[in-house]
Ligand binder design. Sequence first.
Ligand code: ADP
Ligand code: ASP
Ligand code: MG
Length: 470
Amino acid sequence: MKVLKFGGSSLADGARIRDVADVVTQAPGADRDAVVLSAMKGVTDMLISAAQAAEQGNDAFKQVLETIRGKHFDAVRFLFAPANQAAALTPLALMCNELEEILHGVELIRECSPRTLDLVMSFGERLSCQLFTSYMNERGKDATLVDAREIVVTNDRFGSAAVDFQKSYSRIEARLGTIKGMAVIPGFIGATEKGVTTTIGRNGSDYTASIIGAGASAELIEIWTDVDGVLSADPRIVPDAFVIPHLSYEEAMELSYFGAKVIHPYSMVPAVEKDIPLLIKNSLNPSAPGTLISAGRKGAGRAVTGIASIPGISLVNIEGGGMMGIPGFAARIFSVLAREGVNIIMISQASSEHTICLVFRTPEGERALAALNHELTMELETRRIERFDLMRDLLVVSVIGENMAGTPGIAGRLFSSLGQAGVNILVIAQGSSERNISFVIEEKDHVLALRTLHAALVSPHARAGAGSGA
Ligand code: ADP
Ligand code: ASP
Ligand code: MG
């Protein structure tokens, strides 16, 4: 069997949902497949804004709820024969009423905890899956809605809950084993062992698909989205970006970790573990071959496979003679940041031990700055380290390729092309795998840097010496 996942971009309205149903029913052996769905396009953002409005006592949340209700009801009116619309609308209306009561509760107590926000967000995927299951039945297909909260077991880190793979796999196998037709499963959501609703991180439905695939021992996990596959760069920034036919798991992980939003980076983890290939496909153009992500791509293709970037970055540069030769200084920094739950994207330390540079997403950078100032008060007061601040409005760019290892001259070409374009580089890091060179630049140089690098290193016209075409 296969798992087919459709993101919000494939579920914008009734017409797009009909296209998704066409893809699902035309797949060979579709009757045994599992379908994982995101919320309809934009709905998760709307749910968050409704919760925030309710928390502030602003009854604008009622209008947002009305928009969400209307979006689903319009899709029912488009998809179902008039005689069957009432039956399809009823479960959706009940869910919207329940959501309204929860938001009313938030408004009354003026508080929306991360736990409550997860419950509110869960309605997006639950509504889209309820709608889609009814629609498949309307089309005469045997489809069963499976509540992800019964099969995806997580801890209680609300907003980005960690999945317990072993417990989830055995529940997935047992539950899907009882279903004869197609299973329809909400992405993005799970529950603790006590049954409290959680979410596994924004954009997490790809990850759900991979967890379901691993638990059900699927032969393939298909991620259907609104572009022809994983492209060599973000197509909104680099118009010349092209589809990469084949990626290794590691390349896909690095590209997505460093900003290629088309697939969630965690999606590769269960797939690698069970050696299940992932295929990225376009629901607007199903005949395009897509991108295959699987093991063992070494040996083929050009040196640089793709470029990705993360905007909204900040960095802290800690400098001072007081760090030199003191064992455990770096460990102290990392443990205080770990205690704060701050995620460090990149680290660079000069071999003189005179500076440590830490790179964060800006909201985490603000927390890191406060925590580091507190931790290092004594060193700052005695001037063993210098005062530091957060540099904001930066961008991490990452150049990725399985075949970069052992291809000399890539770093030279990379930095000289940026130098010629006048792009200033603030920090550089290269992993020892040599699969990735990452660096930080100012956000204002985003478009210029990506287009320059794409032309110099990735495009089919890039200078020879970087291997044959992909
Ligand atoms: P979905 O709703 O299907 O999960 P997303 O919006 O999460 O879709 O991801 C698809 C989008 O990712 C594309 O529309 C594209 O704009 C963006 N994107 C960014 N980088 C890349 C890339 N390297 N390759 C393909 N798409 C990318
Ligand atoms: N609906 C969720 C989000 O918008 C999960 C997903 O789309 O993958 O983040
Ligand atoms: Mg997505």
